[in-house]
Unconditional design. Structure first.
Length: 394
């Protein structure tokens, strides 16, 4: 029969499945189950095999809509496509949850350092999987990524980190062949402008911090290893991970020889003041780490919680651990050290990173210029004018 609404409604349900073919469009049919459910389908041959593609249930689509879809699918078949196989492959296509798990196993845990691994895993767990984890990899669009990025507009740094992780995931998805090439949905999404925090401790603040460290250690509120770790961060300008996981094997008479840091192998000068801090620490022959933790044989596992306690007592609630590194850089520049030398001390792989301290260097140069000019001016036996205006020659 020609499949129309009236004729389909009149079909009586039987004990066995019924296949009713449309007389107008060859290959277009209706399936009636023993329970009375009626669904449209298309049947065709491809590769020597009979294939069948479900279009939809009656009620979800009308007979005219189903006929139109069937005509389109049969047209694709005539052009050499195989809709049934395409649907099968799509059904087997991994989800973003699957891709994220593979990304962690084959990239994050293989190529990244522990601190970076933790950051990537947190982004995936808290931001990516909840938003698009159930999506098929091939279905994720630029609009989806833009929505995730936009949800963190009030936290630009975090928004941009999420976007960077997503971009890497989709680049590898293309490399692994689970998404077509040149379809990374992160492309063209504009990153938010980030305002780098530059917090430097003054001499008075450093003095307060030192007093708190001494008192906390004396009263047993913090271990000698925790207090010493913060002193080493201040005296060396090292990154947190470089101090937290420092081993005695890396310590020489003059340097900290770190085999693997964020920027690769580093040789960090060990000043006498920093060496003195290390000399005062107790050593456990069974523990290779300089700053020992609670667990036997392990390093101090968390310095952030102690830092929050210490900075509160010192009245430095807005100071991060990383700001100790900034303070080291500011003191170096104030002492006349050049930007390239500061970059070398801090272990920057790119000079652009060190350029964030350029304004401090400019201030040091200005002060030095004032000192030189003042000295020369005294030889010229001239008084320095205090007037702010310039004399106009008419």
């Amino acid at each position: 029969m020609k499949l129309t609404k009236a004729r389909i409604d009149a079909i009586a349900v039987q004990d066995t499945e019924q296949l009713i073919w449309d007389t107008e469009l060859k290959g277009f049919g209706l399936r009636v189950s023993p329970k009375g459910r009626k669904s449209f389908f298309v049947q065709y041959r491809s590769g020597g095999r009979t294939r069948r593609v479900k279009i939809g249930f009656l009620g979800q689509v009308t007979p005219d809509q189903a006929r139109l879809k069937a005509r389109s699918l049969l047209g694709d078949v005539a052009l050499g496509d195989n809709p049934a196989e395409a649907r099968r492959k799509r059904r087997l296509t991994p989800t973003m949850n699957d891709l994220c798990d593979r990304f962690i196993a084959e990239h994050v845990e293989v190529r990244l350092k522990p601190s970076s691994q933790a950051n990537y895993k947190q982004v995936i767990r808290d931001a990516i999987k909840p938003a698009i984890g159930a999506f098929k990899i091939v279905d994720v669009t630029r609009a989806d990524i833009s929505a995730i990025h936009g949800a963190y507009h009030d936290r630009p740094y975090q928004a941009n980190r999420i976007l960077s992780v997503l971009s890497k995931i989709f680049n590898l998805a293309e490399l692994w062949g689970v998404r077509p090439e040149s379809t990374n949905p992160c492309r063209l999404i504009q990153r938010y402008k980030e305002h780098k925090k530059e917090r430097f401790l003054s001499d008075a603040e450093l003095s307060r911090l030192s007093n708190v460290l001494n008192e906390a250690e004396k009263r047993g509120e913090e271990t000698v290893f925790v207090a010493a770790a913060f002193r080493m961060l201040i005296l060396t300008g090292c990154r947190l991970s470089e101090i937290q996981y420092l081993k005695w094997d890396y310590v020489t008479a003059t340097h900290l020889e770190l085999p693997d840091t964020k920027t690769g192998k580093r040789s960090i000068p060990l000043p006498a003041a920093a060496r003195s801090v290390l000399n005062e620490l107790p050593r456990d022959p069974k523990n290779q780490f300089v700053f020992q933790g609670i667990l036997e044989g392990g390093p101090v596992t968390d310095l952030r919680k102690p830092w929050r306690r210490i900075r509160t007592k010192a009245g430095l609630e807005d100071v991060r651990i990383h700001d100790l590194r900034h303070t080291y850089a500011s003191k170096a520049i104030a002492g006349g050290m050049s930007l390239p030398m500061v970059g070398q001390l801090l272990g920057h792989s790119q000079f652009q990173t060190t350029m964030r301290y350029a304004h401090l260097a400019d201030e040091s140069v200005r002060m030095a210029a004032n000192e030189v000019a003042s000295s020369l001016n005294s030889l010229l036996k001239r008084k320095t004018s205090t007037h702010s205006h310039l004399r106009v020659i008419k």
